[in-house]
Each structure stands twice: as C-alpha cells, then as structure tokens.
Design a protein around this ligand. Sequence first.
Ligand code: 1GP
Length: 252
Amino acid sequence: NNAIYNSLLKKKEKGIKSLSILIDPDKTNEKKCSELLNFCQETSPDFFMVGGSLITNNELEKIVLCIKNHPYTAHIPVILFPNSYLHISEKADGILFLSLISGRNPDYLIGNHVIAAPLLRQSKLEIMPTGYILVNCGNQTTVAYISNTTPIPYEKNDIAVCTAMAGEMLGLRMIYMDGGSGAKQAISEEMIQAVRQATNIPLIVGGGIKSVNALEKAYLAGADMVVVGSVIEENPQIFQDFCLKIKELNKK
Ligand code: 1GP
C-alpha cells in the first residue's frame, strides 16, 4: 500500500504543494483536538501528522481516532510521526519510518526500526521510509535532547546536502528537514534550496514555521510539504490562512 506516497509523488511532478498539521498528543486532548478540527469545514490540510518526541499521556491513539471520527476530517490521511517503536497505532493510515540520518545514534538510525518491523509488517499502515534531518534552529529542542543527537548547524548547508544525498542513495523515499517542534526560527531558505537541488525525492520541511510568510518561503525554496504544529496549538484559526496560501500557490 503506497497510496499516500504515490499521491505525494504525483503532486511533486505537478509542483503541487501540501500542508500537514502536526498534532502532538502531549500538548492537546480530545476536546481541544476536536475544537481544532471544527475549523476544517471550509478549508482543511492535506494531511495530519500525529506524534511527538515525548508522549507522557498515552493519548496517541485517542488523537488519531479523534481525527478519523470527525466529520470534517475523516477523509484526511493521518500519518504517524513517531519518536520510538512505542508510538504506533493501527488506526492511522501511514507512518513515517524515520531514520535520523543527521545523527549518529544507532537506536534512531536502525534500532527502533528493528523492534517495530514485525509489528508494522502485520499492520495495514503505509510505511514511508524517510531520512530525518535535524537542523539547529537556535534552541535545543526536545527531539535533539531525547534522540541524543547533534543537529546540523544552521548555516552548514553543505552538511545538510550531503546528508540528504546519502539518504536518497540509501533508498529512503523522502527527506524531512526539521528544526524540531518549537524551533526559534525556521530552516533557512538557502538550506532548503540546496537540499532541493541535490535530491529528487519529496522534501518535507518543518519546525518553527509560525507565519504565512514563513510557510510561503519554505515552499518557494523547494519544500513539497510543510509541517506546522506549535503555532496552530497557540492559534487554531491561523491554519485557515495557511490553507488559503497553499491554494493560492497551487493555482499559479
Ligand atoms: C516538528 O516539524 C514539526 O517536528 C513542527 O514544528 O511545532 O515548530 O511547528 P513546529
């Protein structure tokens, strides 16, 4: 089952951009989540991602079901964004099978994957092998701490490029460049452009995108999908502005 990935490839060929909203089960609850989903009647994101670097409340599956059972969002694919083999729910549609290639921690390069593989093989989840690249965007994020890895320095575009190229050569099907949730600033356009030019697979960008302007910059620099999380937790209505911006860009 490659439905989500194939849809992304088709969009990429046509230059159509996607928006994904990240819902962190640790920063919400079912009530808050359905309040957010109520805004999806007129405009909605292309995907939901569910996950976080540290989930202390065991609410992951409840949040997935909240999206799948909501009348406005039941049709939108839910992709898991796991921190470990514990963060799997069969109620989702797909899972980013993330290898943290900017780091040198074997647990996040392959260890969790070995433990998760037999469970995933039995599930109906679409497995999306993804090279996950963390970039230092000015603050130490939870993901950098928990994964015990050093993110790529903000201005070292060449390291990001070589890392993404190696990920593509290893057969990973997407690259996700992430400043980490709550990053002080977004990844630079120069770094996104450089990685875009050096690779051919779909490029996801996230972390610290807090405005329509920042969203547009990431797309124009070459992101196929942008992920936004924190800003929507603070101000759920803003995602409608994000959806409108995407529609405008996709019309051009
Ligand atoms: C984090 O890319 C996502 O992994 C989203 O980041 O919460 O900063 O939007 P924000």
